[in-house]
Write a protein that binds this ligand. Structure first.
Ligand SMILES: Cc1ncc(COP(=O)(O)O)c(C=O)c1O
Length: 377
């Protein structure tokens, strides 16, 4: 079978610029790449309790058997959504198959012709794709910059248009986040609606802490994903009951896809139950973040790192070739460390992103930073 020339050209360009992506398996010893921040991916209790729950509900089917709007809305869906609503101190919740489809389905559904999206310049690809699928106009503001956001809010203040402000609680590439209290105050002052993607903060930095001066119920929509600290898969959009009703009616990535199987939804339930119990892992992760940051200062590496309070610590190494060379040296020494190249990040902002986990050993962090110092300075 012939492969179209136009597509081949695109692949050739990737190869020529040394940017061809490949799916690989890794068995490297020291993990600084996965998003399994709390070690939940390995927690047998999640699947054991989920299996029990499925049996109790007599739902031991392999799949959901259809879309949620047809035959797929098995009884574990409402049970789990009620649990999530209470867990996240929200008013309502709607489960999606992934964070990607949650952002796609939310933004494409709410972005009508008379809508403006104001988004942080570094938001995740799923947010960009969701905006692109909508009929709305989108304008970016500078990363975490409340003044730049206010400039745009002033420009688009009008009773005729709905303005949605989109940001992340912890940014996936930089590990930092905006002043959410200020962002919500601006939204309230300019009658805009705030949307927060909590993919990387979920389970680690609760929104009620990041938004300590306000009620989390005042956020228009929250996207929580379960493939990172929760160690499983799936996502939910949290917000008002009207928002859930709206999504059930207009969100195409919810309507036109097969629902999650009972066991997957049961895992969402049990992983959240365990999150409330497993406080030790969270403490270890927080200790690891402090240790990593203090080692950075001690080794005078802080100048190369993006300022970040979270488990995502990025060392900027400009140039795809340079960052790849350093990542490969790490891999030769059994450190699972990946280069994040442009165009995934802006040119000149290429980086190595160290994802810290509850189970990362301090000696591994010390070793990784000492090697980095040797190769960088
Ligand atoms: C900020 C952000 N939002 C959404 C997603 C997508 O989530 P999922 O992996 O559940 O599709 C990701 C995944 O990397 C992310 O980093």
């Amino acid at each position: 079978m012939r492969f179209p020339n136009s597509l081949n050209e695109k692949l050739k360009k990737r190869v020529e610029s040394n940017l061809l992506r490949k799916l690989s398996q890794t068995s490297l010893t020291y993990d600084f790449t996965s998003n399994d921040y709390l070690g939940f991916n390995q927690l047998k209790e999640i699947s054991e309790k989920a299996t029990q729950l499925v049996e109790e509900h007599q739902l031991s089917f392999n799949g959901a058997g259809g879309s949620r709007l047809l035959s797929g809305n098995h009884s574990l869906y409402p049970l789990t959504e009620d649990y999530l609503t209470a867990h996240y101190k929200s008013l309502s919740s709607c489960i999606f198959n992934s964070g990607y489809t949650a952002n796609l389905g939310l933004l494409s559904a709410i972005g009508l012709r008379n809508t403006i999206f104001l988004y942080d310049e570094l938001v995740h690809a799923s947010i960009r794709d969701g905006m692109q699928l909508s009929h709305a106009k989108a304008y970016k503001f500078q990363h975490n910059d409340a003044s730049d956001l206010e400039r745009l809010l002033t420009k688009f203040e009008s009773d005729e248009i709905d303005v949605f402000v989109i940001t992340e609680a912890v940014f996936s590439m930089d590990g930092d986040g905006p002043n959410l209290n200020r962002f919500l105050e601006l939204c309230q002052a300019y009658k805009a609606y705030l949307i927060i993607d909590e993919a990387h903060s979920n389970g680690i930095f609760p929104l009620e802490d990041l938004l300590s001066e306000h009620d989390v119920k005042d956020v228009f929509a929250r996207v929580v994903t379960f493939g990172k600290a929760l160690g499983i898969e799936g996502a939910a959009v949290l917000g008002s009951e009207e928002l859930t009703t709206y999504l059930v009616n207009f969100s195409r990535s919810l309507i036109y896809t097969t629902a999650l199987s009972p066991i997957q939804v049961a895992k969402i339930y049990t992983a959240h139950q365990l999150l409330a119990e497993k406080k030790e892992e969270l403490n270890w992760l927080k200790e690891n973040i402090s240790f990593f940051r203090s080692m950075c200062f001690q080794l005078r590496l802080d100048q190369y790192f993006v300022e970040s309070f979270s488990q995502i610590q990025s060392c900027v190494i400009p140039g795809n070739d340079k960052v790849t060379e350093i990542a490969e040296k790490f891999q030769e020494r059994e450190f699972h460390v990946k280069a994040i190249k442009s165009p995934t990040v802006p040119e000149g902002q290429e980086r190595i992103r160290f994802c810290l986990r509850a189970y990362t050993n301090p000696s591994e962090m010390e070793a990784v930073l000492k090697l980095l110092k040797q190769w960088l300075v």
